[in-house]
Design a protein around this ligand. Structure first.
Ligand SMILES: [Zn+2]
Length: 384
């Protein structure tokens, strides 16, 4: 039992991030874990975060969706959580997967504003409508997770919508996210680099975070500030450009990944390269035989996505996302091509990669539950 729960928490860990390109909604962890009416269990449970993420996945019809969680520091020692859960949250904090704050205040809304994300919360934020007009103007920007037949569902606070709606990054967000930032606090998990990024900056905490994945700074009196340490952030130069790509297998978007100017990314059955995108777990036997361990390589150069076939069997380009067979352009092994705005590369029939916003889920499906490893939890939920 304890082992099973650990596995679920590990699965949930893969679904929390502070990467502005990957997060799909913002949550306040302290709030979500206390939705006791969702499962009728303990006063606080980290597993409820998994249930809310599952609900978001169902709404977005996409697998592996990630959320941006702000965490009140008091939660790290909250006696309502098990010691195991507290340990897990501390690990997330240390790794910069969640944003730990002495006082979250309206940081959740600030993140939503800067990144253009929906907020999953039961709080109405009436007093903040002047500062964040989208609270009223965009129904669905704040939706409340409430108990539903097959797990939590969402209800909008304003207007008729029931689905979380994304907005656009605010002008301030666009400006802040064009730069990389450094926190003077050594070992800062969010804006690492320990004191301005010297030669050994890589050895400081938060070192494996790419500058392209830094969270949005908090703006205090117009000054970019580390939300965790309250320290003024140093400007570390322009942020590397990025492009968000998505993997679609069998009509379902399985995961997104961020391609940055810093390094190429290889996708395939089981790439050996660091940061490679492994597709093996979603492939049937035939696809697995066809697709090489490393099959295609993506590079971002001067704003263009360049795709190179590095496989044994080759792939194909679907120009403009066209699924008509006669439109498919073969891409032979070692051939390269610029991936146009709506183009997809097809590694094998039904296995495609393209720009995330151009690659909708194309078939009815059931997303894989992040809770799949939790038989005891799942049994408490009514079946859909
Ligand atoms: Zn900091």
């Amino acid at each position: 039992m304890r082992f099973e729960i650990s596995k679920v928490l590990d699965a949930i860990e893969g679904r929390v991030c502070t990467d502005p390109s990957l997060a799909r909604a913002v949550v306040d962890l302290a709030e979500v874990i206390r939705y006791q009416d969702i499962d009728g269990g303990r006063p606080a449970s980290l597993l409820r975060l998994g249930m809310v993420i599952d609900a978001l996945s169902r709404e977005l019809e996409e697998d592996s969706v990630q959320v941006y969680a702000v965490v009140h520091r008091a939660l790290l020692s909250d006696a309502d959580l098990t010691s195991n859960e507290r340990m897990v949250v501390r690990r997330w904090a240390d790794d910069g997967l969640v944003e730990v704050l002495d006082n979250p205040g309206d940081r959740m809304l600030e993140v939503a504003d800067l990144l253009g994300l929906p907020v999953l919360s039961r709080v109405r934020f009436d007093g903040l409508r002047g500062r964040f007009p989208w609270l009223v103007e965009q129904p669905g920007r704040v939706v409340a997770p409430v108990p539903g037949a097959g797990g939590p569902v969402f209800i909008a606070h304003v207007g008729g919508g029931h689905s979380p709606v994304a907005g656009k990054r605010s002008p301030t967000g666009v400006k802040l996210l064009a730069r990389q930032w450094r926190c003077p606090e050594s070992g800062c998990a969010l804006f690492g680099g320990g004191g301005g990024g010297g030669a050994f900056a890589d050895l400081a905490g938060g070192a494996d975070r790419s500058p392209a994945a830094q969270p949005p700074p908090s703006l205090r009196n117009g000054v970019p500030t580390c939300p965790r340490h309250g320290a003024r952030l140093g400007d570390g130069g322009p942020r590397p450009r990025t492009e968000v790509l998505a993997v679609r297998v069998g009509g379902l978007v399985r995961r997104r990944f961020v391609l940055s100017e810093e390094q190429p990314i290889v996708a395939g059955r089981a790439p050996e390269q660091d940061g490679g995108i492994m597709l093996g777990q979603w492939l049937n036997d035939e696809a697995r035989r066809w697709i090489s361990r490393g099959h295609v390589r993506f590079e971002l150069r001067v704003g263009e996505v360049i795709v190179t076939d590095v496989s044994t069997n080759g792939s194909g380009i679907r120009p403009g996302g066209s699924m008509t067979e006669s439109d498919r352009i073969p891409l032979a092994p070692q051939q390269s091509r610029v991936l146009g705005e709506n183009d997809m590369i097809e590694l094998y029939p039904g296995v495609q990669i393209g720009r995330a916003e151009e690659l909708p889920t194309g078939a009815p499906f059931t997303p894989t539950s992040v809770m799949a490893e939790a038989p005891t939890m799942a049994m408490r939920l009514p079946r859909p």
